[in-house]
Design a protein around this ligand. Structure first.
Ligand code: ZN
Length: 201
């Protein structure tokens, strides 16, 4: 379990935490857990998410188990800089949908003394590193990779396998569109889909 640095008399310093993993791995739940502890400690927190993620609610970070916390949708990472004045902790959810400008923004926030907690998908449905998450994992002080459970064999899963054939990269995360799979089951599933596609064409 991730535990925060203890607060001491040293001058306030910022840092970056990344919570990365597949769909259904509990990323948002872990982000919410950390942010609720921040609120208990009476620090000022602001939460942002990309405007694109409007699955359930316009102004809340919503995890799959409906544990919610208020957030602000922003169209670009630069807006986070503008809105993070006088804040102790910045949370960012669904960070994979932001452009790479988010990397510089997180560095700037941390350099100015802010604790930055970023949650996002580390791989897209094809198993490729997703958006700014790989770079954020590189520059972060702390990286937590969370795992789902493989729907086919019960092992730890870190792939988000898409069940439908759509090729569009940004498909918002509905439960019936994806299944978390381990490496073995993912490779098997991709092979099966390819054979099915060839048979139908
Ligand atoms: Zn499996």
């Amino acid at each position: 379990m991730f535990l925060e640095n203890s607060i001491n008399d040293m001058p306030r310093k910022g840092w970056i935490e990344v919570i990365a993993g597949s769909m259904f791995s509990g990323k948002t739940e872990e982000l919410i857990r950390r942010l609720k502890r921040v609120e208990i400690s009476k620090q000022k927190v602001e939460i942002f998410k990309p405007q694109i993620d409007t699955r359930y609610s316009e102004d809340e970070v919503v995890s799959h188990d409906a544990n919610t916390i208020r957030s602000t949708p922003v169209s670009s990472p630069m807006n986070i800089l503008l809105l993070a004045n006088d804040i102790d902790v910045v949370g960012i959810d669904e960070a994979q949908f932001f452009d790479n400008g988010l990397v510089e923004v997180c560095n700037k926030l941390a350099n100015s003394g802010i604790r930055v907690i970023v949650a996002g998908l580390d791989m897209d449905f094809q198993g490729n590193p997703f958006g700014p998450i790989p770079a954020l994992m590189a520059i972060a002080e702390y990286v937590t990779k969370v795992h789902a459970i493989c729907m086919r064999c019960g092992n730890l899963a870190h792939f988000s396998h898409r069940l439908s054939d759509a090729d569009k990269l940004v498909l918002l995360g509905e439960k019936n569109e994806y299944e978390p799979l381990c490496r073995n089951c993912y490779n098997k599933a991709v092979k099966e889909q390819k054979i099915k596609k060839n048979e139908s064409s």
